[in-house]
Write a protein that binds this ligand. Structure first.
Ligand code: C2E
Ligand code: MG
Ligand code: MG
Ligand code: MG
Length: 279
């Protein structure tokens, strides 16, 4: 009896597993097609000066409008892209889309503020990255100073001459480099010092409970102190409430980003948002 039900359970388990695996496989194929056919879209979230009023930049964030599942967020499909080895291709598409948008807006006489693009470890470790970006800047006549790149700190964990060469080429093109989600991964402070990054982004997990959580206050203050000592600027992510903003301003945080100012927006919506802001 016990054996029979055990077998039944095992069969159920197998059936579930294969159904799940099939769905994943299907989704992966659809994602690959969406990337190859350039059907992923990009939304832009404003980054504000420390005063919370002036727009100093934008962050480009990828989106996928799935035919039957609807709007999918990066948390839902990026793990799939990672697993399928599609991240470098995805990042390349996003970079190209952003450069194209910048050219289009510039030609229409309404140049965008500098745009930060997120890069996966696969992209930043690719020895061809700097050349590819150079090609895009030429093709769309984008100044390197208009582009910024964000990578998570785990990327700088290992010492790699390829990484060093890529970063210094990028900086040579005038591109600013930021470390994203700072404090959530593993960073070597020594490498942080020796690599040409200019900004740290404090992850939302540390800013969410400001100023009420004493630990988060301590962590944020220490990141601000470290950044100041190393001559880096700090962007606080996930600013939603007036109290968070006030505390960060009091501590002299350089830049603020979050729903308090604006959600990520499609280009049309962004244009409208930028146009209708009080001067
Ligand atoms: P991230 O780079 O740290 O981006 C910030 C995320 O926080 C975005 O989520 C943004 O929509 C969200 N956010 C901004 N302000 C607030 C706020 O006030 N409250 C809350 N609750 N959330 C806020 P999103 O767009 O879902 O992106 C998630 C992550 O996916 C990004 O985190 C980034 O790591 C990755 N990602 C997004 N686009 C790309 C891309 O084109 N390439 C790569 N490699 N990764 C990307
Ligand atoms: Mg980012
Ligand atoms: Mg981040
Ligand atoms: Mg984050």
């Amino acid at each position: 009896q016990a054996k029979a039900s055990g077998r039944r359970q095992a069969q159920y388990f197998n059936k579930d597993l294969s159904a799940g695996a099939k769905a994943r496989f299907l989704l992966e194929g659809q994602l690959q097609a969406a990337i190859e056919q350039d059907r992923l879209t990009v939304v832009y979230q404003p980054i504000m000066a420390g005063d919370g009023r002036q727009v100093v930049g934008l962050e480009a964030l990828v989106r996928w409008q799935h035919d039957s599942l609807g709007f999918m967020s990066p948390a839902e499909f990026l793990p799939l892209a990672y697993e399928a080895g599609l991240m470098a291709e995805l990042d390349q598409r996003v970079l190209e889309r952003v450069c194209r948008d910048m050219e289009q807006e510039r030609l229409a006489g309404r140049a965008l503020p500098p745009v930060a693009v997120n890069l996966s470890a696969d992209s930043i470790m690719n020895p061809a990255l700097a050349d590819r970006i150079w090609t895009l800047l030429q093709r769309y006549r984008v100044d390197g100073g208009q582009l910024e790149l964000e990578v998570i700190e785990d990327v700088i964990k290992g010492d790699s001459s390829t990484l060093r060469a890529t970063l210094s080429e990028l900086v040579g093109m005038g591109i600013k480099l930021s470390i994203d989600d700072f404090g959530t991964g593993y960073s070597s402070l020594l490498r942080l010092k020796s690599l040409p990054f200019s900004r740290l982004k404090i992850d939302r997990s540390f800013t969410r409970e400001l100023p009420n959580d004493a630990d988060d206050c301590a962590i944020t203050l220490s990141i601000l102190g470290l950044a100041r000592g190393l001559g880096l600027q700090v962007i606080a992510e996930g600013v939603e409430q007036r109290e968070q903003e006030a505390w960060l301003q009091q501590q002299g945080c350089d830049y603020l980003q979050g729903f308090r100012y604006a959600r990520p927006m499609a280009l049309d919506e962004l244009r409208n948002w930028l146009d209708t802001r009080p001067a």
